[in-house]
Write a protein that binds this ligand. Structure first.
Ligand code: GLY
Length: 573
């Protein structure tokens, strides 16, 4: 038995001992496939698709539709997402169904007469929404690489919306906390409250209007959303609320096939999302900067490794602000940014004993509300793997439900740079590369990622968390490759994050020991801030799958209430 598999078994034993005391198993093994997502109900939907002979693409699409029902803060019909796929025959594919700016959008649409950003316009208004892409993307992916019909994979979502499901504390609590932000929108209040009163755990939550929209998609495919009754309802919602998405915007929306970013790290291939996401480029860039250093020897959690990662993050996020945007509109120097030579040059000023100082462009900002996006990892026994990240942007998007259609609209327009060097909700800066233009896709941080070992899928991962998505994925990948952690350890390990500006490190409570904190401070890392409460006390939600000698290990991030479910696990119930 190899050292790695012996370690896996030992860790499995230790982890099972922990699980014996825990209510919800977060890590499971299954030789037939695996689905890990933020919603236990949606993971089960995906595992059932695998159990009935569907492939990972069928399962991912089915989970995508189910999440719009069972995890409405981020699962969506009115938002967008990215899917990175490795097919059993070795093909690597990325589907971009990011929202795009409506044709009537303008560069300065969120500025007042004095050129200042109007607070809330890009996050809490009908103008906050980009043209939704999720439905087009899911249907295109299914048609190209799935093995099942749309009617089969969408049916579980329809049933869940129509018949409802029992709310747990997690979801009922979310609705309660959000109630105030739905008050201005009667259609939102109708969905997420009982006549204005909060739902309680144990209540049945059904969504008849959403079921109707899903039925129309089942019957007419993309036209069930981008034309006919659903499109009419979206346009009417826009007219009533002063938004600008038109029937033509909806009709014209197309998902795009992209060439994934293909990095290499210590002999592993790291496949991730290209622009309009910054995720794949930055992940590759940071791994390239770290590669010359012996992270394993330095030790996980050591001040040396943390310092290296912070400095890689600082430089990569500075490049993000300057260079990253929708590559259909702006010439993003992808090759340069992802090359080993560039990483060497960019990291040449790294001082192992001293923190660099990010240019002092603006004071640190705190995001104004909870961040939300969600990630699904799927693998099947045939060798197909799917990393899928989807979002409305902030939690529950714009908070605006389309009247009569039952789904939330995104507030993704905030991911554009509304004004040069002014922070968005995640404190991220941008310039010309990410300025608003009609039809352009706003820059994302979503990083759905598949790591290949000997050309076979080893790790499928990704996360929500706005700007922290990329550094969360970096840490999971490094934990597996550098520190040889099993998946339970790699996903559970406490996280930290730096994004160049604001010049501070945010970290989970246990990420740094007292000694490490002192050592980091000595190097000049003065702003070590425990993660603010609005993050929910943790960074990221890395629902992931790892291929091991004893089957696929699925891990739902223990920071949240997700679940990993395999087809055999399901049969055993
Ligand atoms: N809306 C978060 C992201 O795409 O990065």
């Amino acid at each position: 038995m190899s050292l790695f598999s012996a370690k896996v078994l030992l860790n499995l034993f230790l982890f099972c001992a922990v699980l014996a005391h825990s209510q919800t198993p977060k890590s499971v093994f299954d030789s037939q496939g695996m689905v890990a997502s933020r919603s236990a109900i949606a993971s089960e939907v995906g595992a059932k698709i695998l159990a009935s002979g569907g492939n990972a693409i069928d399962a991912a699409v089915s989970v995508g539709f189910a999440l719009a029902v069972t995890y409405p803060s981020a699962g969506n019909l009115g938002g967008g997402g990215f899917m990175v796929i490795r097919l059993a025959d070795g093909q690597l594919i990325a589907n971009d169904h990011r929202e795009k700016a409506p044709e009537k959008a303008t560069r300065d649409m969120y500025l007042d007469a004095k050129g200042e950003i109007v607070d809330g316009l890009s996050t809490k208004s009908h103008l906050a929404s980009g043209v939704p892409g999720t439905v087009a993307g899911l249907i295109d992916v299914l048609k190209a690489y799935g093995s099942m019909e749309l009617a089969e994979v969408i049916q579980p979502a329809i049933d869940l919306a129509k018949d409802g499901f029992i709310l747990d504390e997690d979801l009922a609590g979310q609705f309660k906390r959000r109630l105030e932000s739905f008050l201005n929108y009667p259609a939102s209040l109708k969905v997420f409250s009982v006549d204005g009163e909060p739902y309680e755990p144990g209540d049945r939550f059904s969504q008849p209007d959403l079921a109707g929209t899903l039925e129309r998609i089942k019957l007419a495919g993309k036209s069930g959303f981008y034309a006919g009754e659903t499109a009419d309802l979206i346009v009417a919602e826009m007219k009533n609320g002063g938004g600008i998405i038109s029937a033509r915007d909806l009709e014209d929306y197309e998902s795009k096939w992209r060439r994934p970013i293909m990095g290499e790290y210590r002999g592993y291939k790291v496949i991730s999302m290209p622009p309009p996401s910054s995720g794949g480029v930055l992940l590759t860039q940071m791994l390239n900067m770290l590669e010359p250093y012996e992270l394993r020897k330095l030790g996980a959690g050591s001040s040396e490794v943390i310092h290296l990662m912070i400095e890689a993050e600082r430089r990569a996020y500075a490049d993000r602000a300057e260079h990253l945007g929708d590559s259909d509109f702006y010439n993003v120097p992808i090759e340069m940014l992802t090359s080993k030579d560039y990483a060497r040059e960019r990291f040449a000023d790294f001082d192992p004993n001293k923190a660099s100082v990010s240019a002092d462009i603006f004071a640190g900002v705190a995001a104004r509300e909870g961040l939300e996006t969600t990630h699904v990892s799927v693998i099947d026994a045939m060798g197909n793997a799917v990393a899928y990240t989807t979002t409305l942007n902030l939690s529950y998007g714009s908070k605006i439900v389309v009247n009569g259609a039952g789904f939330l609209l995104n507030n993704e327009m905030d991911d554009f740079s509304a004004k040069e060097n002014s922070p968005n909700a995640f404190g991220l800066l941008g310039r010309k590369a990410n300025a608003i233009e009609p039809g352009k896709r706003m820059l994302s941080s979503m990083t759905p990622t598949i790591v290949l070992k000997n050309e076979k899928p080893l790790l499928v991962t990704g996360s929500p968390g706005g700007s922290t998505i990329i550094t969360t994925v970096l840490q999971i990948v490094s934990n597996v490759i550098d520190h040889e952690m099993n998946l339970a350890e790699a996903v559970s390990a406490a996280r930290f994050h730096h994004q160049w500006q604001p010049d501070r490190v945010i970290h989970e409570k246990t990420a740094f020991s007292d000694t490490t904190k002192v050592e980091l401070a000595k190097m000049g890392h003065k702003n070590l801030n425990e993660v603010p409460a609005f993050y929910g006390g943790g960074i990221g939600d890395g629902n992931s799958v790892l291929s091991t000698d004893i089957g696929f290990q699925g891990m739902a991030d223990p920071r949240n209430d997700g679940a990993a479910v395999g087809p055999s696990t399901l049969n055993a119930d």
